[in-house]
Write a protein that binds this ligand. Structure first.
Ligand code: ATP
Ligand code: MG
Length: 445
């Protein structure tokens, strides 16, 4: 039930306000001074506190300050007979939700209370989602007991508590993004944003405005001012994926931000500050890009304050059985299937494959086997046959339509339901893809 706490020394106000709010179905409590108000707030966990400024013991601002300091989640509405700017400013500074002047206008009061409950509900939802997300990126979800993975875990552990920049290198599908998220979600600033930007997917000039934002009129399509990822990331982490693909011009700009923490929007003149931690990733060898003059060495050193090299799956075959078990669990959960049995000869085959696409390829192969399974066993015939021929289906002769349907489903699940990506891979237009999804009754997502 929605609960409200009133803290006011005026007995008449307590009574009329409580009656007014109770009539609307709120659970109402009241306290007559600051200390007993704080005690009631701690005990009853109200969603909204209506607090008078002048109280016999401590004043309303102190009540507000102490509630916020203790991390109490209630929205605090300050009420006072004295409408003066100074207390208003002070109340807002200390985190008051709203400031109402007495005698209370009940229409304004009701609106404020409604708004406060809406905000509280949103805050609860966000904090639930943040918690769920950080669970997803717990270190336990990175599978590996092999020696090179143990090194990776050690590095994640030592870097998570710091604000240093990290460079993650490894072949495609080795888990670079997963590790970047694990670092962020295990850091003290885990509630701050984790912002991903794929530097290879975006054309140079657009990438610049994605990173730094732009002012209105900076270029032809700049119809309004935007915030860049550096600004959006706040004190959180900015994940610069495929950093090796950044153009030389933009490399100098990145170097400048990293060195000075200053940047300007495209077309802007105001200097902005960033506090974001930079986690960069690449599947190219930055060393060889430096040698061929394509990557700035000074930027490389700024990025790799700590460097994490992810091993290829070929170099940690002993982790494959654990990965298979973990990935099957995840896939079955997502697809609501129950294909968990892996015969010894299939496991042997899975362990021997070269997995050029590393964990992602293993995950895709298993996803396909789960989708195609009729019973609860991962069958070899449902897995791609050999490394050259992985994209083709090794199965009994069937109609083209059947193959198309399954292949589209396979691609969609490989790209986690991104229709844009799927239509690029399949080289068909979005409307065509949408039509096929509809015709074949495929599930996306
Ligand atoms: N050690 C691991 N344990 C469990 N799952 C993993 C592991 N490594 C990778 N994965 C899974 O494999 C998939 C690919 O991982 P991720 O996207 O982090 O790779 P990447 O190195 O960023 O790849 P790319 O270079 O292609 O962007 C994800 O679904 C991820 O959850
Ligand atoms: Mg990646």
């Amino acid at each position: 039930m929605k609960s409200i706490l009133i803290i006011d020394d005026d007995a008449l106000i307590r009574k009329t306000l409580a009656a007014h709010l109770a009539k609307q179905g709120f659970e109402v409590r009241a306290a007559e001074d600051g200390e007993s108000g704080l005690a009631a707030a701690a005990e009853a966990a109200p969603d909204v506190v209506l607090c008078d400024i002048r109280l016999p013991d401590i004043d309303g601002l102190e009540v507000l300050g102490r509630l916020k300091e203790s991390g109490h989640p209630a929205a605090v509405v300050i009420m006072t007979a004295y409408d003066d700017m100074k207390t208003t400013v002070e109340a807002v500074k200390r985190g008051a939700f709203e400031y109402l002047v007495k005698p209370l206008d009940y229409v304004a009061l009701d609106l404020t209370v409604d708004k406060a409950f809406q905000v509280r509900a949103l805050e609860e939802k966000v904090s639930y989602l943040v918690q769920e997300r950080s669970k997803e990126y717990q270190i336990d979800n990175i599978i590996g007991r092999s020696a090179p993975m143990r090194e990776v875990f050690k590095l994640i552990g030592s870097v998570a508590g710091t604000r240093t920049n990290v460079l993650i290198q490894g072949e495609s599908g080795t888990g670079k993004e997963l590790v970047a998220k694990a670092i962020h979600y295990n850091s003290p600033l885990r509630d701050e944003p984790f912002i991903v930007i794929n530097c290879s997917a975006i054309q140079d000039t657009l990438l610049e405005s994605e990173l730094f934002g732009h002012v209105k009129g900076a270029f032809t399509d700049a119809h309004c001012e935007t915030k860049g990822k550096f600004e959006i990331a706040g004190r959180g982490a900015l994940f610069l994926d495929e950093i090796g693909d950044v153009s030389p011009g933009l490399q100098s700009k990145l170097l400048r931000v990293i060195e000075t923490r200053d940047f300007m929007k495209v077309g802007g003149e105001k200097v902005l500050k960033t506090e974001a931690r930079i986690i960069a990733a690449t599947n190219h060898s930055l060393r060889s890009l430096i040698e061929s003059g394509k990557f700035r060495e000074d930027l490389y050193y700024r990025l790799k304050v700590v460097e994490i090299q992810l091993p290829s799956l070929r170099d940690r075959k002993e982790d494959i059985p654990d990965l298979v078990a973990y990935l099957l669990e995840k896939i079955n959960r997502e697809l609501r299937k129950n294909v968990r049995k892996v015969p010894a000869e299939v496991m042997k085959w899975l362990t021997e494959m070269s997995w050029k696409g590393n964990v992602r390829e293993l995950e895709n192969a298993l996803t396909r086997a789960v989708i195609l399974a009729k019973g609860d066993v991962v069958l070899k015939e449902n897995l791609p046959l050999d490394s050259e021929d992985r994209k083709l289906f090794a199965r009994a002769l069937t109609s083209l339509e059947e193959v198309e349907k399954e292949y589209i489903g396979y691609v969609l699940s490989s790209v986690k339901g991104s229709k844009t990506r799927a239509s690029q891979i399949l080289q068909i237009s979005r409307p065509t893809l949408d039509k096929k999804i509809k015709d074949y009754g495929l599930e996306v997502g």
